[in-house]
Design a protein around this ligand. Structure first.
Ligand SMILES: Cc1cc2nc3c(=O)[nH]c(=O)nc-3n(C[C@H](O)[C@H](O)[C@H](O)COP(=O)(O)OP(=O)(O)OC[C@H]3O[C@@H](n4cnc5c(N)ncnc54)[C@H](O)[C@@H]3O)c2cc1C
Length: 216
C-alpha cells in the first residue's frame, strides 16, 4: 500500500494498493520517504550522491552569432566556468531575437558554485563569462533563465554519481527486488545520467518481476 498526495488535490492523503510496486522516484527524494524495505536496500538508497548540473538560457536581441560570426548551430567548448555555449540548430538567419544555451555545467566545483547562486546571479555570471567569447553579449543581452538540478524538487540532483567502491558495495542491493518493491530509473543502471540507462533498468525490473510472478 502506497500513501500519496495528488498535487491536483493536495488536501487529502490517498492510498493505492497493488501486488507489486516499481518505484522510479530519484534517490535523494526516496531516501527521505518512509519505505518498507530491507536494511541493505535502505543503505543503498541513502548512499548514492547525485551530481550537480546547471544550465543557463540567454535571450538576445538578435542572432549575432549567425549575423556577425557565421556560427550555425554547434557548441563552443570553453575553459571558463560556464563550460559550453550551445547555438540553436534551427531557424537559421531568422530575424529578431535568439536564445543560446549560455552555460552548461556538470560535476566539479563550478557546478556547485553556480548551484549556490540565485537564478539572477547565475544569469549575470553566464553573461559576464560568455562576453569573453562573444563581446556582443553586453549590448545584445535581454533576458535569461537558469536551472540548477540540485535545487529542482522533483530530482534534487542531476543523476546518480556512482563510484567503483559504491557500486561494489550497494549496486546489487539497490537493484534486487526487495519484498514487493523494485526500483528503476537511471540510478539503478550501469548507464547513469542517460535515458537509455533509465529504460534498461525499467526493462530489468519488469523482467525480474515477470519471472517471479510466473514462478509463484
Ligand atoms: C541537465 C541534464 C541533461 C541531460 N541530458 C541527457 C541527454 O542528453 N541524453 C540522455 O539520454 N539523458 C540525459 N539526461 C539524463 C536523463 O534525463 C535521465 O537519465 C532520465 O530522465 C532519468 O529517468 P528516470 O525515469 O530515472 O528519472 P526522472 O526522469 O527524473 O523521473 C523521476 C520522476 O519521479 C517524479 N517524482 C519525484 N519525486 C516524487 C514523489 N515524491 N512522488 C512521485 N513522483 C515523484 C519526478 O517528478 C519525475 O517525473 C540529462 C539529465 C539532466 C539533468
Amino acid at each position: 500500500t502506497v500513501s500519496y498526495v495528488d498535487t491536483a488535490s493536495p488536501s487529502a492523503v490517498q492510498q493505492a494498493t497493488a501486488d507489486w510496486c516499481i518505484c522510479t522516484i530519484p534517490l535523494p527524494i526516496l531516501s527521505q520517504l518512509p519505505l518498507d524495505v530491507s536494511g541493505p536496500m535502505k543503505n543503498a538508497i541513502d548512499s548514492l550522491p547525485y551530481a550537480a548540473s546547471v544550465k543557463v538560457g540567454l535571450q538576445f536581441k538578435r542572432r549575432f552569432w549567425e549575423e556577425d560570426e557565421a556560427i550555425y548551430g554547434g557548441i563552443s567548448y570553453t575553459d571558463l566556468p560556464i563550460r559550453n555555449i550551445g547555438y540553436p540548430n534551427y531557424g537559421f538567419n531568422r530575424g529578431g531575437r535568439g536564445v543560446l544555451l549560455g552555460a552548461y555545467l556538470y560535476e566539479g566545483a563550478n557546478s556547485f558554485e553556480f548551484t549556490a547562486m540565485t537564478p539572477a546571479e547565475r544569469v549575470a555570471s553566464a553573461v559576464e563569462f560568455g562576453a569573453k567569447i562573444h563581446p556582443q553579449y553586453k549590448s545584445e543581452f535581454e533576458n535569461g533563465v537558469a536551472v540548477a538540478w540540485h535545487r529542482v524538487p522533483f530530482t534534487l540532483g542531476c543523476a546518480g554519481e556512482w563510484t567503483e567502491a559504491g557500486r561494489a558495495q550497494h549496486y546489487r542491493n539497490l537493484c534486487q527486488s526487495d519484498g514487493r518493491i523494485a526500483l528503476a530509473g537511471e540510478h539503478a543502471s550501469q548507464l547513469p545520467a542517460w535515458q537509455e540507462g533509465a529504460i534498461l533498468s525499467a526493462l530489468d525490473a519488469i523482467t525480474r518481476l515477470h519471472e517471479r510472478v510466473v514462478k509463484t
